[in-house]
Design a protein around this ligand. Structure first.
Ligand code: NAD
Length: 346
């Protein structure tokens, strides 16, 4: 049987290890490329049946046209979010599959890890004690118990984060465009969430509609000292407005696993370089900002699930009439989503 040829972009050692473990040599022939998929690199996909991509690959109309011209049939996202794919343009040209859930626990637990690190100043204490500085000055935190956390997006990750917060004795309120009825979650409007929350955590996808949902105007509506946690997608937050909000002492702390201009920076070692992005450099310089580089998903369990599901998606796509993890621009409109009917999206 001829193997399915996959061009794998933005490949890291941990990706390769997990795909080898998942049995990549079974029915697939994978070419690993360290570079991201962009207009400049798309020709590397020549001779492949599918491309496998991650969060910062750019599947824009020019890339889609080139893939179609090279007879590449499938874009296999090894992530859940698909804001980096022009799904509307791809419709009827090339199919898109994704990994809808690989470990929502990994992301929710990372959000809580960031929050605890930030408010208990663990990042500061770690550096101090490494230098035998045992002073406690400036390390005063606050209790989470009794605080109000506003959760934006109550899907798989948001709900696990809510459960974790309830375990800490926090008061949870939430906003979701599609509230889950009967879930026992207290839903409020976004305006109420901004006004009432001591901590706000984002767990919704990035769409045209919620781009920069945190901007100067929403920050103005928030409580003084609010802690923002973003493990979702960078562009939910206007980074320059965030810098201003912190400088004005309105935002008390920010925990960022994602950043709107992350694609050229995150996942790379720039420790010997001058970073060009002044906004990112300013954020990192602030004592109350913690940045991790899109790391929330990175657990053994998640990597195993990503590799298993991605290879299963590719095999299923080429073998069957439907792909249960296919997405198209119509999928968010449940009424017209063909995934419900077990056929391909087109
Ligand atoms: P999910 O689809 O299970 O849940 C998303 C929720 O957001 C749904 O309840 C949906 O109704 C809601 N929603 C949609 N549009 C909204 C809007 N405009 N405002 C408010 N809510 C809205 O997704 P999930 O698995 O919980 O993942 C959430 C997000 O986390 C993903 O979209 C992705 O961007 C991000 N993510 C990040 C990492 C990481 O490593 N940092 C890893 C995985 C996922």
């Amino acid at each position: 049987m001829e193997k399915i040829r996959i061009a794998f972009f933005d490949a890291k050692d941990y990706d390769r290890n997990s795909f080898v473990k998942a049995g990549e040599d079974r029915e697939f022939e994978i070419s690993y490329f360290e570079t991201r998929l962009t207009e400049a690199t798309v020709r590397l996909a020549e001779g492949h049946d599918a491309v496998c991509v991650f969060v910062n690959d750019d599947i824009n109309p020019a890339v889609i046209d080139a893939l179609v011209e090279m007879n590449v049939k499938l874009v296999a996202l090894r992530c859940a979010g698909y804001n980096n794919v022009d799904v509307k343009y791809a419709y009827k040209k090339i199919h898109i599959v994704r990994v809808p859930a690989y470990s929502p626990y990994a992301v929710a637990e990372h959000a809580m890890a960031l929050l605890l690190t930030s408010i208990r100043r663990i990042h500061k204490a770690y550096i101090r004690t490494k230098d035998f500085n045992f002073s406690l000055n400036g390390l005063t935190g606050f209790d989470l118990h009794g605080k109000t956390v506003g959760v934006v997006g109550t899907g798989k990750i948001g709900r696990i984060f809510i459960d974790i917060c309830r375990g800490f004795g926090m008061n949870v309120i939430a906003y979701d465009k599609f509230p889950a009825e009967g879930s026992g979650i207290t839903y409020v409007t976004l305006e109420e969430l901004w006004a009432q929350s001591d901590i706000i955590s984002f767990h919704c996808p990035l769409t045209d509609e919620n781009y920069h949902m945190v901007d100067a105007d929403s920050i103005r509506q928030m409580k003084k000292g609010v802690v923002l946690i973003n493990t979702s997608r960078g562009a939910l937050i206007d980074a320059e407005a965030l810098v201003e909000g912190i400088k004005q002492r309105k935002v008390g702390a920010a925990c960022l696993d994602v950043y709107e201009e992350e694609s050229n920076v995150f996942f790379h070692d720039y420790s010997n370089h001058i970073v060009d992005d002044d906004t990112l450099a300013r954020l990192i310089s602030m004592p109350n900002v913690i940045v991790t580089s899109h790391q929330a998903f990175l657990t053994e369990e998640a990597l195993t699930n990503i590799a298993d599901t991605t290879l299963a998606n590719v095999a299923e796509f080429f073998a069957k009439a439907y792909s249960k993890n296919e997405v198209c621009y119509k999928c968010p409109e449940v009424a017209t989503c063909k995934q419900q009917h077990e056929t391909k999206c087109f």
